[in-house]
Design a protein. Structure first.
Length: 306
């Protein structure tokens, strides 16, 4: 197995607080690796270490055969590209100026810069004027341009920190098609997102909670592992029925979570599940469903904190 990212017993402390605790995993070349968790789970702190921006308190990080040790930060930075929802592009610069700035930060030679810029603009299918201001770009296009800026130095590992937050669904789909193409070309993609439909595109997903890794597997295996009982989608008949289910949820259900206009639920009494379902017909229409990644996230990551 061609491991390009190796993390062993990583700890990051701020004072007496563990932002990341005993984190261990590896990522293979060409993998789309999802890194999910609630705000404050330790995702961004871990990514900062992997990008060579923050030294670990203890543990080992190896990025494309380079071990992150004090004084070797620039060696790690050469291996990675990074973009996020914010601060990747400067709005008061043109697209061209943003590219030139990113290339100079990475010491990309002028002739190579022009070649890479041309290739990458073709890759995102961008044919407009590069002298327009970044501030004037639509959200989806801005993120595509930011991706180009992150790829100019041809990194093997690309960190995408909530890259499509606030972007229209059509633009999100196009952006994920670009991610899949990069993966197919052998680039390793490390992505955080709060969109569970996007996370379905990941080959594997790591779930973080309170600085710790609590689960790591493919989306399908995470669903199977987390939910071995029947899950039902409940649609209440009216507001009174909805109030009844909410008021009696603790007794009726092992899991009961809102999902759009419906609820996802697991019957508490597994031995008399059908009897409970028969009683529920008075209040709702129900249908057995497969668990979603959002169900997995709610149970494993948020748990009792919901």
């Amino acid at each position: 197995m061609n491991e390009i990212v190796i993390v062993k017993d990583l700890n990051v402390m701020f004072g007496n607080f563990f932002a990341v605790k005993n984190l261990s995993f590896s990522v293979t070349k060409g993998e789309i690796f999802g890194f999910l968790g609630s705000n404050g789970a330790g995702k961004t702190t871990a990514i900062r270490v992997l990008c060579g921006l923050l030294p670990a308190t203890s543990g080992d990080v190896i990025i494309d055969d380079v071990k992150f040790i004090a004084g070797a930060e620039n060696l790690v930075k050469k291996k990675v590209g990074y973009m996020s929802q914010k601060f990747t592009l400067y709005n008061d610069l043109t697209i061209e100026e943003n590219f030139e700035f990113a290339a100079k930060l990475r010491n990309v030679p002028g002739d190579l810069y022009e070649k890479r810029k041309k290739q990458l603009l073709k890759f995102i299918d961008f044919e407009n004027d590069c002298h327009q201001m970044a501030a004037n770009l639509p959200g989806g296009v801005k993120q595509e341009i930011a991706l180009v800026a992150a790829l100019l130095h041809d990194p093997q590992i690309i960190f995408l920190d909530e890259p499509t937050a606030g972007v229209a669904p059509v633009a999100r789909n196009k952006f994920w098609n670009l991610i899949k193409q990069l993966s197919a070309a052998g680039k390793t993609i490390f992505v955080t997102t709060h969109y569970m439909d996007e996370a379905e595109n990941c080959h594997r997903i790591a779930l973080m909670r309170s600085g710790k890794l609590i689960a790591l597997d493919s989306p399908s295996n995470l669903k199977k592992m987390t939910y071995q009982r029947n899950i039902y989608s409940l649609t209440t008949h009216n507001s009174e029925a909805r109030q009844y289910l909410v008021a009696n949820a603790h007794d009726l259900f092992e899991m009961f979570a809102p999902y759009g206009l419906h609820y996802h639920a697991i019957i508490a009494d597994s031995l008399n599940e059908q009897e409970t379902l028969d009683r529920l017909k008075k209040y709702c229409i129900f249908q057995k469903i497969s668990p979603s990644l959002e169900d997995v996230f709610l149970k494993l990551v948020e748990g009792d904190e919901r």
